[in-house]
Design a protein around this ligand. Structure first.
Ligand code: SAM
Length: 482
């Protein structure tokens, strides 16, 4: 079995020491490091006097490391299968487990993972990740009243595949701490920003605290000297779906906008188009930014204003006929160094015709997952218009009149709808705050009353929203629903 390159991200010594220090050592403790790597945790344990006889280290990598002598080291061993065969239990477990998508793992690994204990932490599907399997395997080897310190990706707090684990893990420890660093803890990766510390395994939970830090140094300092109360933050909540209401996905089909694979090449401004001599027929009108959603109705006139303001609103996507036009041919053949397409990009290579990005169907509306004003449906009245993947496209599941469409769009402006959004917002390691399409699809939406005039109210409410008068917009929408 090969060790995926991407998982060889090694823990800095000061962080390993801080995690070990947070757990502390007792004379009878038996320690486990399930993926020793270059031995950052073994060095840290050696420094506090844990002898090799009280420390088992495993790693799939066969190559010996100088630190192997600090533990009873088992190399060339796959940890998940080892966890199923060993009879030993450990009082302390520390790790920075490999982060590898299950999609990239062999069927054999899927099979082993399906036999792991602690199924309360969620099933290990193709969407899951190896770090969760490591955590489940480690928990099954942890003694009652034992302690665990794991470095996990920020996905622990927001990924769907980690939601069961994130909701339940604290229940299994007397005391559970989540230490979240807003910046990456490792130079090599954007992720890896949470340290979880569980104490007193198997004892009813009496305390769960979540801390947040601006830097790795602050996090390390808190593990070494105890966190400050000013770093305490609310636990992220994942509300359960209220089955009595209609979910957004019952009314709207939601898709991510078109993925180009090379934004600079495919998305053009009007000045680019004229400079390159490209005919209008070789391009498609698109919107590409959440700031383009500053109207209640996206029609040709509004899009023309964006074009005249020289926004990026053209998607290069010639059909067979236009691909034969002189200047289109020239653009298609342009070298990458001269502004041509990066055809090595997987998204471009994977397409049947590399210069025809796949479109998300005919959108009835658009929506931004990152808009400061929150997500709301902006209706589309320009039949050829599409959007790129910074935006979401929605289509109604049924054929509706414009009044009915406006009424449903108005439902996304009510306070009830918008209150739910906050609970689903995810903060990514780079600070981006966003609601994902899957979460949007789960939100409850109010069924509009059967009355005329929705278009008018929708127009007025959107105008208020755009003028930053959010409360006014919500008030108007709420009144319509009374
Ligand atoms: C992220 S590195 C961490 C290494 C070390 N724990 C540290 O903190 O520096 C992950 C390690 O897991 C090992 N690994 C990957 N898959 C494994 C598996 N299935 N069983 C055991 N070790 C594995 C890799 O060889 C690598 O050394």
């Amino acid at each position: 079995m090969q060790v995926p390159k991407s998982c060889k991200v090694y823990t800095p010594d000061i962080l390993a020491s801080a995690v070990v220090g947070a757990l502390g050592d007792k004379p009878n403790d038996l320690w486990l490091e399930p993926c020793a790597g270059k031995g950052a945790f073994l060095r840290a344990l050696g420094r506090i006097g844990v002898p090799p006889g009280r420390l088992i280290a495993v790693d799939l990598d066969k190559r010996p490391e100088e630190t192997d002598r600090l533990a009873t080291t088992i190399r060339g061993k796959e940890f998940l299968s080892w966890s199923l065969s060993t009879r030993r239990k450990f009082s302390k477990i520390v790790a920075n487990p490999p982060f590898v998508s299950f999609k990239r793992l062999s069927n054999r690994m899927h099979d082993i993972a399906s036999r792991l204990d602690c199924s309360w932490a969620g099933t290990l599907t193709r969407k899951s990740n190896l770090w969760i399997a490591f955590l489940r395997a480690s928990l099954s080897l942890l003694e009652i009243k034992g302690d665990l310190g794991f470095i996990v990706p920020a996905a622990f707090e927001y990924a769907d595949y980690a939601s069961a684990l994130q909701r339940k893990i604290h229940e299994h420890f007397g005391v559970f701490e989540i230490h979240r660093c807003r910046r990456p803890l490792f130079d090599e990766v954007q992720d890896g920003c949470v340290v979880i510390i569980g104490r007193n395994y198997g004892v009813p939970n009496r305390q769960t605290v979540r801390y947040e830090y601006d830097s790795a140094n602050q996090l390390i300092d808190a593990l070494n000297h105890g966190p400050k109360s000013s770093n305490v933050r609310a636990l992220p909540s994942r509300p359960k779906h209220d089955s009595g209401k209609i979910s957004f996905s019952k009314i709207f089909r939601i898709r991510i906008g078109c993925v180009t694979g090379d934004v600079k090449y495919f998305l053009l401004r009007e000045t680019d188009r004229t400079r390159l001599g490209l005919p209008v027929g070789a391009l498609l009108p698109v919107i590409t930014r959440s700031r383009h959603l500053r109207t209640e109705m996206l029609n040709r006139a509004y899009w023309t204003r964006l074009r005249n303001a020289n926004e990026r609103i053209w998607l290069f996507r010639p059909n067979e006929r236009y691909a034969q036009f002189q200047y289109v041919r020239k653009y298609l053949r342009l070298r990458r160094t001269k502004g041509g397409c990066n055809r090595r990009n997987l998204k471009v290579r994977a397409r049947r015709v590399w210069f025809r990005p796949v479109l998300p169907g005919k959108p009835d509306g658009f929506l931004s997952g990152t808009a400061q004003s929150g997500p709301w449906v902006c209706l589309n009245q320009f039949p050829r218009l599409s959007a790129t993947n910074t935006l979401y496209c929605v289509t109604f599941r049924k054929q509706l009149s414009l009044n009915d469409k406006a009424a449903w769009a108005l439902a996304t402006l009510t306070s009830k709808f918008r209150k739910q959004v906050g609970k689903y917002l995810r903060t990514y390691p780079d600070g981006l705050v966003k609601i994902e399409p899957g979460d949007l699809a789960r939100l409850n939406i109010q069924k509009p009353p059967r009355k005329f005039g929705a278009i008018n109210i929708y127009r007025r409410a959107v105008k208020l929203l755009i003028a930053n008068r959010r409360a006014g917009a919500e008030g108007l929408a709420d009144q319509w629903f009374l």
